[in-house]
Design a protein around this ligand. Structure first.
Ligand code: FES
Ligand code: CO
Length: 349
């Protein structure tokens, strides 16, 4: 599936940039190949429009904010959050409002600006930890990976990769068979619960307040179609570490990885920086492998293009549901002949 060729994907909400990054002025973002400018209006609400001035195509993200409006850096035309041009400084007596740039839906949730490029088919997912008392929330990662959103999502629910990808952090190399799981499908996602025995490296023992070399994670996994997941991990001592990861689609090959965490303990128990450092190690292990995969993930699981095993079930359900989504919206899957990542040649020494 080529994400930029499936219009229905424009009808979902994606986190794009932490709100705090807009405090010092407008910022650009490319979402599904659409160049956007994001800014905060005078109420502190996020606004989003196409990053291209209607006059001479300059990038509005190089401009600045005046009241509620974004000001083009080239000749100072002003646009509001609906994309309407409110002022052309060179012709103050003539109405500017016939001029418009495309504008889109923007909202704020979990400290992020969320954007939807079309008519939303579903809302921004509710995260129960955000409402329950006793949880802190903090941002972990906001970075570009050369991988498809669907690859990252499948990896998030694939417990067969722990023993191999994460053998140096928490995976148990000699226990490669993951536990069974039972997927409950919803209209725009799924959920399942499972258990996984994992290793407890020294850094984790301290953060989890556990002495044993191994422990069992009780995991509740939620998939938010198309490219979001929440992994709620509870440990035998009652500690909950819940991570939300979005692979916001930049273009067919690249995703913006947005990850934040909810924790049931306090900063004194486990400093944010140390939790992020461990999750960074784990994430780097995933990144290395995911960036080696083809970015055009085939939704047709029977084509023989990729081979499967029983533990691939979440990914298989995901592909089935994505295929059904496209059909429901009258689309067929777009494919590429050029989806392979070119092999990097070592330089002869
Ligand atoms: Fe934007 Fe001229 S290009 S005002
Ligand atoms: Co992983």
């Amino acid at each position: 599936m080529l994400v930029t060729q499936q219009p229905v994907l424009r009808r979902f909400w994606y986190p794009v940039i932490p709100m705090a990054r807009l405090n010092d002025g407008p910022k650009p973002f490319r979402l599904l190949n659409q160049d956007l400018v994001l800014w905060l209006d005078s109420q502190g609400k996020p606004q989003v429009a196409e990053d291209r001035c209607a006059h001479r195509s300059a990038k509005l993200s190089l401009g600045w904010v005046d009241g509620d409006n974004i000001v083009c850096p080239y000749h100072g035309w002003n646009y509001d959050g609906t994309g309407a041009c409110k002022k052309i400084p060179q012709t103050p007596d003539r109405p500017a409002s016939r001029v418009k740039v495309p504008a889109f839906h923007a909202d704020e949730r979990y400290g992020y600006v969320w954007v939807c490029l079309g008519d939303p088919v579903t809302g921004i997912p509710e995260m129960p930890e955000a409402k329950e008392p006793g949880y802190r929330m903090f941002h972990q990662f906001h970075e570009v990976w050369r991988t498809a959103g669907l690859r990252l999502m499948e990896n998030s629910f694939d417990n067969a990769h722990f023993s191999f990808v994460h053998r140096e952090s928490f995976g148990q190399y000699d226990k490669p068979i993951p536990a069974d799981l039972n997927i409950e499908e919803g209209e725009y996602g799924f959920r399942f619960e499972t258990k996984a025995p994992v290793n407890n490296p020294e850094s984790q023992k301290k953060l989890l307040k556990m002495d044993s070399d191994t422990t069992v994670r009780h995991m509740t996994s939620n998939w938010y179609m198309p490219f979001g997941r929440r992994l709620n991990i509870s440990y035998p001592n009652g500690l909950v570490h819940s991570i939300v990861t979005y692979a916001t689609p930049i273009d067919d090959e690249h995703s913006m990885i947005c990850q934040w965490a909810f924790r049931s303990d306090s900063e004194e128990d486990a400093p944010e920086a140390e939790i992020i450092a461990f999750d960074r190690q784990v994430t780097e292990e995933d990144k290395r492998v995911l960036e080696s995969t083809d970015y055009d993930v085939p939704l047709d699981t029977a084509s023989g293009e990729e081979k499967h095993m029983p533990s691939d079930q979440p990914g298989m359900v995901m592909r089935k549901m994505m295929k059904a989504l496209l059909e429901r919206f009258g689309e067929s899957e777009a494919r590429s002949d050029h989806a392979r990542i070119p092999v990097k040649q070592e330089k002869a020494s």
